[in-house]
Design a protein around this ligand. Structure first.
Ligand SMILES: [Zn+2]
Length: 639
């Protein structure tokens, strides 16, 4: 099928359309269910904007009003405002999603003010504060748009000796709170609150009905309730539990919801809607709001099910000390899914796999659910140029191997990571089910490493052939392609960190750490140079596999014992710092190839068709906007 995936490029970002081909074939009740969940997802979009940066919504309003009232604005200024606005949308604010660093408008403040004045004459309505006119608004927001030194990083997990991780982070999860103020303070609403320091006291502003984000949460609830009659029995239970949690905000109701959500294992449609991942919080405690709505891709789910059905087999063969092995591993539910819509933290930049809930105690008692986002993977693959692989492969054979197998190998690694990786292993009793409290800012990167290492370890196991997932004659090639690609990625990913000499994002830290550790402790990967270009060459798959096993044993021990010092040393040595000259070389090479560093995705669009009396939904139509600006302005009600 010849259709558009890559839609446009803005600096180092690509914009790609997601397709949900199976939607049209779904029965009407599932389409209607998805419609209500879709509305519930979009209803919470602004929550994440506000969580990410306190000035985000005002900045977005200002930008969108200018570009929709642009008659007579100087064309050069308008082009720059549009460039910036697109990056702002893709990253949900002025911070790059991967580097956590701020980016700014490159026109002058005067030119920007002129554009705003012109837009106001054209009827633009700006987000003025009380008693404020446009000049005061522009003055107030000027540092946010133009000054790189004001609140430079959204999440700073390693700000340097003596600096506070909360004070150094610009996000809106904490206001006037330092880590020292948290000693002896126990949060009643750890996941779903903002902490505010006032006159020496700490206040938890809870995200719930009657609390923070009341308007959006009520709207989410309204749509969730409309969805319930169309859901299966276990899904309806989960949705009711979610409504209750949104209403009370209480930890006990969050736990009840997590359990109800896990217990819904077989519904063909599912949703994630709430305060979920903790990456944005430098402490790793507070959840960023996100929503996804998806249906199961039956065909692709088969392989995942085979892996999930063997969870205990994998657990029994983990290369770590027996005391960290779990007995009776169960409840690892895994699906390949197609997303219909994503919002909040999962859009426009999206994960490719998800494993929830994050609550370690619930995972150990009730298991977890994993999904791999098939149509996102497809869109990534179809929008990637082959030149990308050739540039960083040492030989033509390596490039061909990647071309032929990396898609299959990548999907399999993601499945193993999510289905077996995160759900595996046991932690010491003394950690009370919460190793993240002991491992603090190191936890997320360590846990991602653990899941990646499990995947890299087992992809080479003959079990993959036995389960009928990989053919025997191709197994070695698939493994080799995966190991080679993994080694190359540690180099290629440096293009994403164009400033500074530190990696901030957890998945990137994890991948850097694994490869650099293997380079230091095994003979699996060699660094080579040719024509002034650097290559990470995977030369020995056996040594790679053996090294992964050794590292995995240690990473599991660190997690299980909450060994903060060891985690910190591992990432400080191998995962965080890099040579800026090497990065500059990589950036120059990808610039020549016009390769994007990251991708923002355009979501499908749904529209309900009502009966003539308007009381019933008789069909739901899906379409593909194929344009970032169109979708973003429609979401915020400006188009
Ligand atoms: Zn993960």
């Amino acid at each position: 099928m010849d259709r558009k995936y890559l839609l446009e490029r803005i600096d180092e970002a690509a914009v790609v359309q997601i397709y949900a081909d199976g939607f049209d074939e779904l029965p009407l009740d599932q389409k209607v269910l998805i419609w209500h969940l879709y509305k519930a997802a979009l209803a919470g979009r602004d929550i994440y904007y506000d969580q990410r940066y306190a000035h985000n919504l005002a900045m977005r309003d200002l930008l969108e009003e200018i570009i929709t009232h642009a008659d007579g604005v100087d064309p050069a200024t308008l082009a720059e405002v549009e460039r910036y606005t697109k990056l702002f949308w893709i990253n949900t604010g002025p911070y790059n999603n991967l580097t956590a660093r701020k980016f700014i408008l490159k026109c002058s403040p005067d030119a920007f003010a002129e554009a705003a004045v012109q837009a106001e004459q054209n009827g633009a309505r700006f987000p003025l504060g009380t008693g404020e006119a446009l000049p005061q608004l522009l003055h107030r927001l000027q540092p946010m748009f133009f000054d790189l030194t004001v609140s430079p990083i959204v999440t700073s997990k390693t700000p340097g000796e003596g600096k506070d991780i909360l004070g150094a982070s610009a996000n809106n999860l904490y206001v006037d709170v330092a880590m020292s103020a948290l000693d002896g303070f126990s949060e009643k609403y750890p996941l779903n609150s903002r902490l505010v320091g006032t006159n020496g006291a700490l206040v938890e502003e809870v995200y719930r009905v009657g609390g923070n984000y009341d308007t959006q949460i009520r709207e989410i609830i309204r749509h969730l309730e409309a969805a319930i009659p169309f859901a299966t029995v276990p899904m309806a239970d989960a949705l009711r539990a979610l409504v209750k949690f949104y209403t009370t905000g209480k930890e006990a109701d969050r736990i009840a919801y997590d359990i109800a959500w896990i217990n819904d294992k077989d519904s063909p449609v599912d949703t994630i809607n709430g305060f979920v991942e903790v990456y944005m919080d430098p402490r790793g405690i507070k959840g960023s709001w996100e929503a996804l709505v998806y249906y199961v891709n039956r065909h692709k789910t088969e392989n995942i099910r085979k892996i999930a059905a063997n969870a205990q087999w994998f657990e029994d063969r983990m290369p770590w000390a027996p005391e960290y092995r779990k007995e009776g591993v169960r409840g690892v539910t895994a699906n390949a899914i197609d997303v219909v819509v994503e919002a909040g933290e999962s859009a426009p930049m999206t994960p490719v796999g998800i494993n929830l809930p994050n609550d370690q105690e619930i995972r150990e008692k009730y298991g977890s659910k994993s999904v791999s986002l098939s149509n996102v993977n497809e869109a990534y693959d179809r929008s990637t140029s082959p030149a990308f692989r050739r540039e960083f492969a040492w030989t033509a054979e390596e490039a061909e191997r990647a071309e032929r197998w990396s898609s299959l190998a990548g999907e399999l690694t993601t499945d193993l990571h999510e289905v077996i990786g995160h759900g595996s292993g046991k932690v010491s009793e003394k950690l009370g089910g919460a190793p993240q409290n002991a491992l603090k800012e190191q936890y997320s990167a360590l846990e991602e490493s653990r899941a990646d290492l499990v995947a890299l370890y087992f992809i080479a196991d003959t079990k993959m052939v036995e389960l009928g997932i990989v053919e025997a004659e191709h197994h070695d090639e698939v493994v080799r392609a995966e190991y080679e690609g993994y080694a190359r990625n540690a180099l290629v990913q440096l293009r994403r960190v164009r400033e500074g000499t530190q990696i901030e994002e957890d998945h990137m830290r994890n991948r850097q750490m694994v490869v650099r550790w293997l380079m230091a402790h095994s003979s699996a990967i060699e660094q080579r140079t040719r024509d002034g270009k650097t290559f990470y060459v995977m030369v020995d798959a056996g040594a790679f596999h053996e090294g992964v096993g050794r590292l995995l044993a240690d990473v599991q021990r660190i997690k299980a014992e909450g060994d903060y010092a060891a985690a910190k040393e591992l990432f400080e040595l191998y995962g965080v710092h890099f040579d800026p000259a090497l990065r500059d070389e990589i950036v120059a090479r990808v610039e020549l190839l016009q390769m994007p560093s990251y991708t923002g995705f355009i979501q499908p669009r749904l529209e309900a068709v009502h009966s003539s009396d308007g009381r019933e939904i008789v069909d739901v139509k899906i379409s593909y906007p194929l344009d970032l600006t169109t979708q973003m302005l429609e979401y915020s009600g400006r188009r």
